[in-house]
Design a protein around this ligand. Sequence first.
Ligand code: ATP
Ligand code: MG
Length: 747
Amino acid sequence: MTSVPDLLSQLNPNQAEAADHFTGPALVIAGAGSGKTRTLIFRIAHLIGHYGVPPEQILAVTFTNKAAAEMRERASHLIKGSGNLWMSTFHSAGVRILRAYGEYIGLGRGFVIYDDDDQLDVIKEVMGNVPGIGPDSNPRAIRGILDRAKSNLITPNELERAQERYISGIPREAAAEVFRRYESRKKAQNAIDFGDLITETVRLFQEVPGVLNRVQDKAVFIHVDEYQDTNKAQYELTRLLASRDRNLLVVGDPDQSIYKFRGADIQNILDFQKDYTDAKVYRLESNYRSSAKVLGLANTLIENNTERLEKTLKPVKEDGHPVYFHRAGDHRAEGDFVAEWITRLHHGGLKFAEMAILYRTNAQSRIMEESLRRVNIPAKIVGGVGFYDRREIRDILAYARLSINPSDDVALRRIVGRPKRGIGDTALGRLLDWARINGTPLLAACAQAEEILDRGANKVTEFAALMDAFAEAAENYTPGGFLRYAIESSGYVDMLRQEGQEGAVRLENLEELVNAAEEWQTDHEGGTIAEFLDESALLSSVDDGRVKRENDGVPEDAVTLMTLHNAKGLEFPAVFIVGTEEGLLPSKNSLAEPGGIEEERRLFYVGITRAMDRLFLTAAQNRMQYGKTNAAEDSRFLEELLGGFDTVDQYGQVQEYRQKTWRDFNPSVPPRPAAGGNAPLGSAVKNTSPLTGELSYRGGEKVTHPKFGEGQVLAVAGVGDRQEVTVHFASAGAKKLLVKFANLTRI
Ligand code: ATP
Ligand code: MG
């Protein structure tokens, strides 16, 4: 471990002073790239190494799983025992607390976490006959209202008394009523949504002070990075956690507040000194990240915002390269320009992984990808339609959810017809009615279909029996083993096999899901499928944690493509910000919002300040959007920057360069490895266990199971894929297991 004086000597005097902050509230407020995150991590190391604080008493909250992972990684170099630090996102902190103590506020143990689509399903189901909701009322708009209400800790009753009579075009009374019904449906299904992860934790802390106290023991010293983007609910959660010991250190930059549309409130950071009148305030004024040219441009831009706190931010680095702006003929030419420069920079020694292309909307990624592909530049896309949003993945995870929570009606309705089982809408409707009247979950109604349906009851009871078997499998198998079992036994594989090429791709994705679970198992020994589900639910659209899976098969050294929002907190030697046009940056939607332009300007500021050495801004004169090509106008922000460019338009120069280099430099990009090393599901799944196939178990043999430990085989039935063993485990008693999925090892 680094000794104390060494540690703080790696910081400048202002940073060191902040890192040496011991007890009481503190605010580190500073511009981009000034070392806020670095200071936060060094402070944690210093608390442990110098002040002797046990790592188990330290909590650090970040916004994305990726940021949390990076923080953990950086901390591990500085700190012994850093594994005991609690470093997480707000949402995963919420899951952990609710899993441990949710029962105190009536949350059943196996609660599931609804994602955006599940939310929509429930909203559609309950909004039907609410007065004031018409056929043209958009369930997505309602979801937006509910999410925002939760971010602001607003209850249905409060929503009903909202100042505006209409919220996003929906009468407030109607919105409130949908909200109420949505909440009670969710409760009946033992589910919570993403927003609840925070709001329910707040409620738990308010209603059960004993629990708060227990959690506070693990959060004696609290840190929050990117505090400027907290919403009211997160603010309240932080406030409650810090209320006992008051050792709260928050770090942020009001100029980088970019999540107002999700309820973030810049006021939280601006009011910190009002909330904690004894707060120490630390300011960092040197930017270590960007060249002086890049920083100059960023400062020029952000000065155009009126609602801001003046800050000083001086470059440590030299001027560096000029910043280029390039106006291309159309979106394709824009993509080609970027690809050419990437080729050139790569040729000059920069790794692909040191370059990023940032855009305002995910839709812009496709053109960029195509341009890069044409010249064999490897690229990885962050965000977009993520791996866990794919239909087949969500279906199989819904099977898993229903297996661990038989009350999850949303999951049941999702999968009952995938694959088709001959259970029609009418039958389902009657089962649903019966379930409502009798106050039971839908699955319980299915099990009693004989009494409820006149016809076709056998298919329904078969399905219920299948889910019984799934529930047992969820207990007995590792997450990976269970998922394989679910994918095959549900009939899903057979269904996909009939779907030709598309089915084959989906099957590969499912194989990838099993790989993900198996990989996860190696890091989480003894982890359950329920825990794996929690983790996958947390890979939200704000986050880029899912990237890895999404981009399997892409070489390590690849250019990063992502939205400006996703780039927060990151840095790259070379950055391309594309589509600097009116309607894109600033976005069309921002024009009508009060403060919208200022928020877009902050977003652009975040983008510019990601660049360490090289920055390129591009725009197209014509752009295809929604299938039509329209003339595009330069972003108003470019005009604000005119004085900041070395070369306003390098077009001529670049053109000349293009002709010279297009033939001269041919990137020697390593070929992409074939996707997935494992055999496809269904066909070769047998080979994944060395114990299946000709090998057969005999009574009396000793085996080990990843979860139950050692055991002895009592009985064997069936052969091959269907071989089933009954094993007596010292830890768990007798269990019946399908050999194919159980991951048994002979001793
Ligand atoms: P952002 O506002 O974008 O989140 P930040 O203020 O959190 O930025 P960091 O990411 O902590 O800034 O630091 C930016 C870069 O500057 C990092 O590469 C970091 O290692 C480097 N840096 C910060 N302080 C120092 C220092 N004292 N000496 C050397 N490098 C530093
Ligand atoms: Mg940071």
